[in-house]
Design a protein. Structure first.
Lengths: 644, 374
């Protein structure tokens, strides 16, 4: 039993060992394979996996940079980033959410609706993600929260920064900031690396125009996060860089003053330095509250803005299009003089109306102005005189002059809300309306009605370029420290009265762009505007300023909304008795002081009736205010190296 | 021939202790201690539940290992069938009274621990077949008659475990059984034929797979298929190991693990964690320890005079090697994630118990190397 068994056993044992040897060899091969894999992962591809591991590990949160300030000409901040007190809640740190909300309601003014909204948000989010209980706490609420903080576990008072405007006086020109929208991200390239959730960007006005530079450089916080996205610890912080601040040409004091004057009216005012194009004031009324836009707009407030007939959101100074009315007569007269159509003393008889081509053309003065020359035509704003001039001049020559003086194209750059208006001529009509020009339309154009469309800013520029002696200026709103050729020219001219150089030489020396053929024509227009404001019979005589320091020369205008019917004309219906919506827009342009022009102004009052009654009184007050501050402004101009 | 037997049968305790394989014991202890550090790291550098219970289990089962070692190999030979039957009954028990966790029924609640009989089945099947093949003569091995029992004892537990469902463990059980048969001398032809038969049955088998099992296999073939879903584990494990580099991120600094990117870090992915923190050299050291353990077991097989002992040691060594390799290949992205623990290192009482039990019998083979089993 034993010996065969043991022989069997020995053979079996050898077989087992042989087969084991094969297995051992296989193991060695597998072992080598495993080590090879380790080498491949941990040595050859280590760099790749290290970066993948870091990608897992680190997550960055962008920090919104501080928006640069916008200052007025006297360095008053008219838009700034101010501390903002917010209340955040981290649900995972709160022991009892319901109880916490009860406590919060007792301390702050939180509505039940807000509480249920917050609870919904909390449910959707991860428990460590904070919810914003209150976006903008006032100081007393904030300090009260801090007082009770020990019993409000989970609540975190946060000091943040947000755009703040001192008031709403410059809302339109500054524009407003608001949360980034999906559309912004798609259309604005500079936001690509910049977008931070919750960051506000400029939507209109200067805020939009300057957005790219004023927004600053985004900072970030790098955190180590776990697989569920929870922040474990902060690794690095880069606070970014605050945006660039900008100094504007605006005068905050004038802005406030003008805004107050225009209260409750649908109106706009532009004031411009006639030599360097600095926009001193640009106000549109009614205004809106820009601070409301910063933290998500209240629906009721938004609706009130949208439904308001006076369109508070529109910047009427830049985007409101109005027929220039009689204010265009300055350019009609100038164009006629330059084209040698009339001489200053050529006269026409105004009988209150003329009949041409089977159509009646009325003068605003029913009984007529009698014998009218150029000066009287502008002084009294005689329509019949300008019908005649326009008829002789023709619309094409008029449009050429109007365009030269800045009508029909945008005055500023990068304001999306600005509109270019229309300067009609025969070609334009053919192209855009598809009809031939009628002579009657030339007459309407001659008094600034019909197809003519202009913005108050354009009218202000037009007036400024007349006031400065007929030189082209480039209006600006950001102080750029560029040389001021026109003032240098003027200075030179005033300092050397005894050695007058020919104008064309001066022009060449100072790199000016004259808009006239003969400067005498410009002076004639200025003189006629003076008479309109300062001589009895002038359309704005009643609102003159007699102090020579403030004396202005202006031109009234009204842009027709609805043509008067013959019956209304006969009944001598007054503008005031018409329904508000049917009243003419009142316009007034002027420059001051007359002797030594510094500023041009344009005033528009929607449905104000006549320019003389509704717009001139506002211009008078604003001019006085601006001129009172002229010395202050001049000092700053000297400081920043601009000669006066 | 008679002389040593009589000496062996009267071994004193001192002789027994001296005849222990200390290299093997030290390697196991070293691996156990390393696993404690790894577990401590998975607990985020604190002595928490996993670490504490892992340490406790290691020492309890390490003690058990010695107890088993000192029991004569003759006893283990005699009780082999009984042990198998006992474990098989437990497996049946799982089917009816088992605890269900994440969709599969694998555990028996023993009040003081949850036992996973399928882990124990890995060892007891080897024990059973080693005895079976020890007893039949070499000429009879390839007779059809002698295939019936091995195939039955192999298939029955595999079906039970696979339907728990636990694909990984059932494959590992099968691997152990097949190795014993192969070592015993069953013809290669037989393995090839059954291999082909398996291949033919594969489509049918696939239809029995649970959706998550299918997805795991598909994911293995292309981990980027679903990087946040089924592919997540493989990808994160490779990132962890790869980012460890040559020297690792340092003890307790495995970011993949402590930031919870690494799944199942206590159990199947413990090697990943270790490899992330100790790098290529650390991993190599672990591989070396396993290689020492396996080669020591083989060596004990060489020393053992009985074919039962040889069959058992060789088979267990190979099975042990397969457990290690399957787990490592899994976490290295070379095999689908089938769920198999790394011997000694992974958290899990049943696995630890089974491995220590298996090693204990190996050590018993060493101590009683000259004792004939029948």
């Amino acid at each position: 039993m034993l010996s065969p068994g043991s022989g069997n056993t020995v053979i079996k044992s050898k077989l087992i060992s042989r087969r084991m040897f094969l297995l051992t060899a296989a193991k060695a091969v597998v072992m080598v394979g495993l080590i090879g894999r380790l080498i491949s992962l941990q040595i050859n591809q280590a760099t790749k996996y290290k970066s993948l591991s870091d990608k897992n590990r680190f997550r960055e949160w962008k920090l919104a940079p501080e928006r640069g300030a916008i200052k007025d000409f006297f360095d008053t901040k008219i838009a700034s980033s101010e501390p903002l007190y917010q209340l955040h809640l981290v649900p995972e740190n709160a022991k009892d959410l319901d109880n916490l909300f009860v406590r919060l309601k007792a301390i702050l003014n939180i509505t039940d609706r807000k509480v249920s909204y917050l609870k919904r948000v909390i449910k959707k989010q991860k428990p460590w993600e904070p919810v914003i209980v209150s976006e903008n706490l006032n100081w007393s609420d904030f300090s009260r929260i801090n007082l009770f903080l020990h019993e409000l576990e989970g609540v975190e008072p946060i000091v943040s920064v947000a755009r703040t405007y001192p008031d709403n006086s410059s809302a339109h020109i500054l524009g407003y900031v608001s949360q980034i929208s999906t559309k912004d991200l798609q259309t604005k390239e500079y936001l690509q690396d910049l977008a931070v959730p919750g960051m506000a960007i400029g939507k209109t006005g200067l805020e939009r125009k300057l957005d790219e530079q004023i927004i600053g450089k985004v900072g970030y916080q790098r955190y180590e996060v776990n697989a569920f996205g929870k922040r474990i610890r902060e690794i690095k912080i880069d606070v970014g860089k605050a945006g660039k601040s900008f100094k504007t040409t605006l005068d905050y004091e004038v802005q406030k003053y003008t805004n107050e004057l225009l209260k409750d009216k649908a109106a706009a005012v532009c004031v411009m330095d006639v030599y360097n194009g600095d926009i001193v004031s640009l106000v549109s009324s009614p205004t809106f509250e820009p601070n409301e836009f910063v933290h998500g707009l209240d629906k009721a407030y938004w609706n009130s803005l949208i439904k308001n007939d006076k369109k508070p959101l529109a910047n009427k100074a830049l985007s409101g299009l109005y027929p220039p009315g009689s204010t265009i007569k300055t350019l009609v007269a100038l164009s006629a003089l330059e084209n040698k159509i009339i001489r200053p003393l050529d006269t026409f008889r105004c009988k209150g109306k003329i009949e041409l081509y089977g159509e009646k053309f009325h003068c605003w003065e029913k009984d007529g102005h009698g014998i009218v020359n150029l000066r009287k035509g502008i002084q009294r704003s005689c329509d019949v005189y300008f019908y005649e001039v326009a008829r002789k001049l023709g619309v094409d020559r008029l449009s050429e002059t109007a365009k030269r003086f800045g009508l029909g194209k945008k005055v500023l750059t990068d304001f999306i809300e600005e509109r270019s208006g229309i300067v009609p001529n025969t070609k334009w009509k053919k192209k855009f309306i598809g009809q031939n020009w009628y002579l009657g339309e030339t007459l309407h154009s001659g008094i600034g009605q019909g197809y003519f469309q202009s913005t108050p800013l354009q009218l202000c520029l037009m007036t400024a370029q007349i006031a400065n002696g007929g030189f082209k200026i480039k209006p600006r709103i950001i102080v750029d420290g560029k040389n001021d050729n026109l003032r240098n020219y003027l200075k030179h001219k005033n300092e050397n009265p005894n050695e007058p150089l020919p104008t064309d030489l001066l022009v060449a020396n100072f790199d000016l762009k004259p808009l006239f053929k003969n400067q005498e024509h410009i002076n004639l227009i200025k003189d006629a505007m003076f008479s309109s404001s300062n001589e009895p019979g002038g359309t704005s005589y009643r609102h003159r300023l007699e102090n020579p320091k403030f004396t202005f020369a202006g031109k009234t205008g009204s842009s027709q909304i609805k043509r008067f019917t013959e019956a209304q004309r006969e009944a001598e219906v007054k503008q005031e008795s018409l329904p508000y919506k049917d009243r003419d827009h009142a316009l007034f342009v002027a420059f001051a002081p007359y002797k030594n022009p510094q500023y041009a102004i344009s005033v528009l009052v929607e449905h104000g009736g006549s320019g003389g009654k509704a717009a001139a009184p506002i211009a008078k007050k604003v001019i006085k205010k601006v001129l009172e501050r002229h010395e202050l402004r001049r000092k700053i101009n000297n400081l920043i190296g601009e000669s006066v | 021939m008679l002389q040593p037997r009589s000496i062996q049968s009267s071994l004193g305790i001192r002789d027994k202790i001296l005849s222990l394989d200390f290299t093997l014991i030290i390697s196991i202890l070293l691996l156990g201690i390393i696993s404690m550090f790894a577990m401590y790291s998975t607990d985020g550098g604190e002595f928490k539940y996993h670490t504490n219970s892992h340490i406790l289990r290691f020492f309890v089962f390490f003690g058990m290992f010695f107890v088993i070692s000192f029991i004569s190999i003759r006893f283990w030979h005699e009780t082999s069938y009984l042990i198998y039957i006992g474990i098989f009954v437990l497996l049946l028990g799982v089917k009816y009274f088992g605890l269900t966790s994440s969709g599969s029924k694998r555990w028996l609640d023993l009040y003081f621990m949850n036992l996973q009989p399928s882990e124990l089945m890995k060892i007891s099947l080897i024990l059973f077949l080693a005895k079976y093949y020890h007893r039949i003569s070499i000429d009879g091995i390839n007779s059809l008659k002698h295939l019936i029992i091995p195939v039955t004892v192999l298939i029955a537990p595999i079906i039970l475990v696979a339907t728990q469902p636990d694909l990984g463990t059932s494959i590992l059980i099968a691997a152990g059984g097949v190795i014993v048969a192969w070592l015993a001398g069953v013809r290669a032809k037989f393995f090839i034929i059954s291999g082909f038969a398996m291949l033919a049955l594969l489509p049918i088998a696939i239809s029995f797979l649970k959706p998550y099992q299918k997805s795991r296999i598909l994911t293995f073939l292309n981990p980027e298929r679903d990087p946040l879903g089924a592919g997540y584990q493989i990808i994160q494990s490779k990132i962890a190991i790869g980012s460890g580099g040559l020297f690792g991120k340092g003890f307790l600094n495995g970011s993949q693990s402590y930031l919870d990117y690494l799944p199942e870090k206590h159990t199947d992915f413990i090697f990943t964690l270790f490899s992330e923190e100790f790098g290529f050299f650390g991993s190599l050291f672990i591989l070396l320890l396993y290689a020492i353990i396996v080669s020591r077991i083989v060596k004990i097989g060489n020393l053992t005079r009985s074919n039962f002992g040889k069959l058992y040691c060789y088979s267990f060594a190979t099975a042990f090697f397969i457990y290690v390799v399957v787990n490592m290949m899994m976490v290295l992205g070379l095999l689908p994630i089938v769920g198999s623990p790394l011997p000694i290192m992974s958290y899990g009482g049943s696995s630890m118990m089974a491995i220590m039990f298996g090693l204990g019998i190996v050590m018993s083979c060493k101590i009683y190397k000259d004792v004939p089993v029948n």
